[in-house]
Design a protein around this ligand. Sequence first.
Ligand code: GTP
Ligand code: MG
Length: 199
Amino acid sequence: MRITSAEFVTSAGRMEECPPEARVEIAMSGRSNVGKSSLLNSLFRRKNLVKVSGTPGKTQRLNFFLVNGEFHLVDLPGYGFARASGRARNEWSGMMQSYLQTRRQLAAVIQLVDCRHEPSREDREMVQWLVDERMPFCLVATKIDKLGATKVEPAIRGILRELELPAGQVVLGYSSHTDQGRVELLEWIGEAVKTATAG
Ligand code: GTP
Ligand code: MG
């Protein structure tokens, strides 16, 4: 698919603040700092539509973007941010759970893991949840520009093995700095939207 337009819709701190439209939604999930917001900017080919910061835990709300006037991409708060206070952390994870479990228009998830790191306990839990719920998802290994070209494939295979995912699982390497993986991910998103719309 091609992205012809992308616009910020709203930022939700509570479920009631999520957009009421029944548009198909695809959510970006992953630990804090894995590169969710950067990846959205890369998809949109916009430098700053989505706020990126060197400070982990920056995205504390669900941010909704309308793509091609048709569907929403949702930037979820990153998990595993140790410096957030216990209370703030519980609030996010509470909302994340509500969103993931009750949002009917959520059609698919883009699950990000850093290509250089072993999946964390939270990565495993999230992936397990996606599998258990039969939620369609694309696993994306981010920041592949930080690995030498020959190291990318073995790193991705290692991550698949550690997450105990079947060989048929869709997995892509991505660099938001070089846009590597962009065409493939857009293809996957287009298919996911089409399937959800047809269903
Ligand atoms: P939270 O909002 O805290 O959950 O983080 P996030 O997952 O949205 O990460 P974000 O996009 O803010 O990126 C975190 C840091 O990683 C920033 O300093 C980015 O510049 C850097 N980064 C993101 N993607 C890439 C990439 O593909 N390559 C490289 N080299 N750095 C990246
Ligand atoms: Mg972010």
